[in-house]
Design a protein around this ligand. Structure first.
Ligand SMILES: [Zn+2]
Ligand SMILES: [Zn+2]
Length: 364
């Protein structure tokens, strides 16, 4: 098969790899139909995630079709269309039993394109298949569910739920990249009073307004702290969501928050940030961090199936799977290309018609 392989900092190639095989009885092999690239993949390529070994296939977000199952897999069979999520659940460890799959100690957690071969490939081995993949309702397209593999549950669980967004709340979302925009989308499920999106790119702020932000602030042109204080009568916001991952934006969130408010950090940080406890200690502020558990994926899938949630506006660019290298170039140059999520589409499979052959043989 062909796959996108990491070869150390700055190096990637689309190359031939052996087809994955069942290794454990709980595995499934999935043919990848649609996949996407994540900001985390770019971090890996910068060398920021040293656990990723050269030779690893990247990618942790895909929709595919089961082609083979290990003998212990009981809820899936070849032909099933499934969402393969960024988080794997062993289903048996204490964390998985609490629904905290991101913290799985039984061999799951974030493993695709990190600790094992990932999903930007023609085929992938999916461990703990019964407890880790989600069957996709027939009426939904790949693109409708693909972003449930990471950005939607991440924004919803680590931003909206950790931030305790309530009806009427004023929310500041710092960073209007895919995660910040997915936070806008999923915060709206709670009917907030006002959503304020802050970013330095006008194109992303425009997208934030399209998805439901009420006020946008370009922090390159305006002082976001001053503007937010004006908008909230000097009090600050109820919930601030950090969706960038640099010290300045985290510190901004701590400044934007009202007494008794909540800062939900979603950003992936590579450097220490300053926590101004000397200002915060008396303000009853709650700060949360987290990796997604994907425990909300079935709920979000239901909302998509019922037409209450539409993540398709995130798909700004589409490439055939074999052009994954070009897709990376487009995604990495998001400032120029205005890419949010690039969709990698495998060519449709048409030659496999085993049932038809059996039927013809029978009738003959
Ligand atoms: Zn991701
Ligand atoms: Zn587990």
């Amino acid at each position: 098969m062909k796959a996108l392989v990491y070869h150390g900092a700055g190096l990637r190639s689309w190359e031939e790899k052996p087809d994955p095989e069942i290794q454990d009885s709980t595995d499934a092999i999935v043919r990848i139909d649609s996949a996407t690239i994540c900001g985390t993949d770019l971090h890996i390529l910068k060398g920021d995630v040293p656990e990723v070994q050269p030779g690893t296939v990247l990618g942790h977000e895909a929709v595919g079709t089961v082609v083979e199952t290990g003998e212990a897999v009981t809820t899936l069979e070849p032909g099933d269309r499934v969402l393969v999520s960024c988080i794997t659940s062993c289903g048996r460890c204490p964390f998985c039993k609490e629904g905290r799959y991101g913290l799985c100690t039984g061999g799951g957690g974030w493993i695709f394109g990190h600790l094992i071969d990932g999903l930007q490939a023609e085929y992938a081995r999916v461990p703990f298949a019964d407890t880790s993949v989600y069957k996709v309702p027939e009426e939904l397209t790949d693109e409708q569910v693909l972003f449930l593999a990471d950005i939607l549950p991440t924004a919803y669980e680590v931003g909206v739920l950790n931030g305790g967004v309530c009806p009427g709340d004023t929310i500041a979302i710092v960073g209007a990249g895919p995660i910040g925009l997915a936070t806008v989308l999923t915060a709206k499920l709670y009917t907030p009073g006002r959503i304020i999106a802050i970013d330095i790119a006008d194109s992303r702020l425009e997208k934030a307004r399209e998805l439901g932000a009420d006020v946008t602030i370009n922090s390159g042109d305006d002082d976001p702290l001053e503007r937010v204080m004006e908008l909230t009568a000097g009090l600050g916001v109820d919930v601030a969501v950090e969706a960038v991952g640099v010290p300045e934006t985290f510190e901004l969130c701590a400044d934007l928050i009202r007494p008794g408010g909540r800062v939900a950090n979603v950003g992936v940080h590579g450097h220490p940030a300053t926590l101004h406890l000397e200002k915060l200690w008396i303000r009853d502020v709650t700060i949360t961090t987290g990796l997604v558990d994907t425990v909300s994926t079935p709920r979000l899938l239901k909302l998509i199936a019922e037409g209450r949630l539409d993540a398709t506006p995130f798909a700004t660019h589409r490439f055939p799977l074999e052009e994954t290298m070009a897709a990376y170039d487009t995604f990495a140059a998001a400032a120029e290309t205005e890419a949010l999520k690039v969709v990698l589409e495998a060519a449709p499979v048409t030659e496999e018609r085993p049932e038809m052959e059996v039927a013809l043989a029978g009738s003959g």
